[in-house]
Ligand binder design. Structure first.
Ligand code: G
Ligand code: G
Ligand code: MN
Ligand code: NA
Length: 253
């Protein structure tokens, strides 16, 4: 029995769940975003990390089913929170490479937006820098998605090989500094320099910037001092189950 076979059953049995990690603006101390992170709760195998099953799903058509489920679930959840009327916070959804380059992604998202009544401005699609190596293909995929009115963030920034020359051409809204650089701030001066350089580049390109994997007060202070006020990481919160999000936001905001 292959993991692929089990993934297919997991979709039918609705064993996936989204957790949400708060993104905090440390200047105002408010939650300004939530990143959805998929979890597979298997009755047979326990909790399986997306780092394990997403790459497997990417090797088959299953990635389209799982990706569509995650987009729909995030939009539904946003609509539920809006109905409760308590907060209005953008939700980020990670896209895999095959999803991003799928010609049908745009109409799929359009249908989900209509179905859930989600305001596209509150949907942030996260792509990774390494997915944009084919610049022309990436540009046309980005333009098509942006025409929906959604926002786009470039994730894991600094670890891929995207051409800086093209970064300014990409219709993206924000850069997420990869957590490996944030982790190295203290002991590896080069990482601190890279972080500073990414922050100033984002500012000059008019891109929002967010630091990932912030775990210590020291990292928070360094990032803030360099002009990066928006952060995500265990220092603030682990990814939360949906039902724990309203309380977290209420306490924070
Ligand atoms: O939260 P966690 O450390 O388990 O996530 C591991 C990896 O899985 C991260 O790279 C994250 O971007 C990715 N991931 C989490 N949720 C999704 C999802 O819904 N779709 C895709 N394509 N990747 C996801
Ligand atoms: O690839 P992407 O950046 O989407 O994945 C984010 C991953 O990082 C998720 O697996 C999430 O659970 C994890 N994560 C979030 N905050 C922290 C943190 O402060 N430290 C570490 N080690 N991982 C984190
Ligand atoms: Mn991400
Ligand atoms: Na990342």
């Amino acid at each position: 029995i292959t993991i692929e076979h089990n993934l297919r059953k997991a979709i039918e049995r609705k064993e996936f769940v989204l957790h949400y990690q708060p993104q905090i603006d440390t200047r105002t101390n408010r939650v300004i975003g939530l990143e959805s992170l998929i979890r597979w709760e298997s009755p047979e195998f326990g909790r399986i990390s997306p780092a394990e099953f997403i790459p497997v799903a990417e090797e088959s058509e299953l990635i389209y089913l799982i990706g569509e489920w995650a987009l729909r679930e995030a939009c539904h959840q946003n609509a539920r929170w809006q109905e409760e009327g308590r907060f209005h916070v953008p939700i980020a959804v990670n896209l895999s490479s095959r999803q991003f380059y799928d010609q049908k992604l745009k109409e799929g998202i359009e249908a989900i937006l209509t179905e859930t009544g989600m305001d596209p401005q509150y949907l942030v699609l996260e792509i990774t820098e390494s997915m944009t190596m084919h610049v022309q293909k990436a540009l046309s995929a980005l333009r098509s998605l942006k025409s929906l009115g959604v926002h786009v963030a470039m994730d894991d920034f600094g670890t891929g090989y995207s051409s800086l020359a093209y970064l300014k051409e990409f219709p993206i809204d924000k850069l997420k500094i990869d957590q490996s650089f944030v982790k190295g701030i203290r002991h590896h001066p080069a990482n601190a320099s890279i972080v500073s350089a990414i922050i100033s580049m984002a500012a000059s390109l008019n891109l929002e910037i967010i630091a990932e994997g912030v775990e210590t007060m020291e990292q928070l202070v360094f990032l803030g001092g360099q002009g990066c006020g928006v952060m995500q990481g265990y220092w603030f919160s682990h990814p939360l189950e949906a039902n724990r999000v309203p309380d977290f936001i209420a306490k924070f905001n």
